[in-house]
Design a protein around this ligand. Sequence first.
Ligand code: S3P
Length: 176
Amino acid sequence: MSIPNLVLVGFMGTGKSAVGRRIAPQLHLDFIDMDDLIESRQGRSISQIFTEQGEPAFRAIERDLAHELAPPQGRVIATGGGVVLNPENLHDFQAGGLVICLKATPEVIFQRVASNRRRPLLNTPNPFQSMVALLEQRRPFYEAIPQSIDTSSGSLSQIVSEIAGLYEVFRNSFPD
Ligand code: S3P
């Protein structure tokens, strides 16, 4: 029996990792944070990968991992914010499970990403402006995901139970 994945996509700071970590044990699924896995396999930080090899190299590593993790194996996967840029990633994830896009207002996102340890794209002289510009540029990619949840307000447990409900419905109709 194949168990569908729950794949969380969305811009940086929308809560993908926090929601994923909380929801996985509730659904009795394994949790994987793609950026954590990339860092541990590469033995260097996301920022180092960007600095040493550039964004295209990071996107290639991310693409390989998305392909590896996509088949339905009952995983909750917190993706990096740019995973939606490659349509093949979405195609693979949608074949293997439920993809949910987390959204939040620019102000809330900015509060959450204040420490840019893993966000080289916001390591600029004006990170708020860079974030708003990137958010605008990415908007069509996020809007194309059929299911989305706003995490700007509401408690983590409310958001988690809403997503758990959507996942249960999806799982019941997922072919074995
Ligand atoms: C990125 C988001 C980051 C990380 C990398 C690139 C992006 O992940 O993958 O810095 O392009 O939006 P988070 O969404 O977890 O911050």
